[in-house]
Design a protein around this ligand. Structure first.
Ligand code: AMP
Ligand code: MG
Length: 276
């Protein structure tokens, strides 16, 4: 086993403090490259981190004791899909469970908001990735007033209780907000419009969401403040630079996997076996 760092300053600084004490999203620069000033060096490290995640994922799968749930949130074009491709692309797909959450179906709406979420939680031995998540129910739903205010207010503590329940049942939760600037979103939307291989991703509705930028930032601030807990921390990832985003996310995931007690299960009942 490689040596594991007990603490990592960069990771600590990226984490939203418990209950958001002193945290202000507006103070975080989406273009930051804090702690990793050199792109080429960061990219080499990212590859090493991903290779290590791949090794650890194999042990996680074999041991079937822990589950890892990664939540990706962020506005349109913030890089949720790109993160999955770049960070998890090299990981054995057998051990991954990736779920994207769209506007709820009538059947989903007939249930409580966590119903569809719980079904997608990774089982023991799996890494689950949520592309959007139950946080939409306090983000888009809040910004657009899709549920009564008192219903939304109750959801923060319902989310905390749900995540604590998962944590107590062997799920390690890591939540990432991909934090981009409004200018960077403009550039990415323009690039989408200009590229025939990306136009399908352009949804005119995204412009309506963009117009509500400040409301979304306020909703993120609230969700991150109320729902960052030691057993389910939020990390704000400066995401204007894709290489920095990938480097930080890979580093954080590796760090947490190394802190789990991962080991291959001992061989049992193999004594005396002869393969003829
Ligand atoms: P995309 O990520 O581009 O596939 O878009 C998915 C869309 O579904 C986004 O506009 C989300 O805001 C929306 N969405 C996801 N979850 C919910 C939810 N619980 N309520 C309303 N809209 C949602
Ligand atoms: Mg979209």
């Amino acid at each position: 086993m490689a040596k594991r760092a007990k603490t990592d300053d960069l990771i600590e600084r990226t984490r939203v403090p418990e209950d958001g004490r002193g945290f202000a999203l507006a103070e975080i620069d989406p273009g930051a490259k804090t702690g990793l000033p050199d792109r080429a060096a960061a990219e080499v490290q990212t590859m090493a981190d991903i290779a290590r995640i791949d090794e650890l994922q194999d042990v996680l799968y074999a041991q079937s004791k822990h589950a890892l749930l990664i939540v990706l949130q962020g506005t349109d074009t913030s890089g949720k899909d790109g993160t999955i491709r770049k960070v998890f692309g090299p990981i054995d797909p057998l051990g991954l469970r990736i779920t994207g959450f769209k506007a709820p179906t009538p059947q989903e709406l007939a249930h409580d908001f966590l119903w569809r979420i719980h079904q997608a939680v990774p089982g023991k031995g799996e890494i689950g990735i949520f592309n959007r998540s139950h946080y939409e129910d306090v983000l888009v739903v809040r910004v657009h007033g899709l549920a009564p205010k008192e219903v939304i207010e109750r959801r923060y503590h319902q989310i905390n209780a749900f995540e604590q329940h998962l944590a107590e049942n062997g799920v390690t939760l890591l939540k990432f907000l991909l934090h981009i600037s409004k200018d960077e979103q403009k550039a990415r939307l323009e690039a989408r419009l200009a590229d025939p291989t990306k136009q399908w991703k352009f949804n005119p509705g995204d412009l309506k969401e963009r117009a509500l930028w400040d409301d979304y930032q306020a909703a993120y601030q609230l969700a991150l403040t109320r729902c960052s807990k030691p057993h389910a921390p939020w990390y704000v990832i400066p995401a204007d630079r894709k290489w920095y985003r990938n480097a930080l996310i890979a580093r954080i995931i590796r760090h947490h996997l190394e802190r789990l007690d991962l080991r291959y299960p001992p061989a049992s009942g193999l004594d005396g076996i002869v393969i003829t």
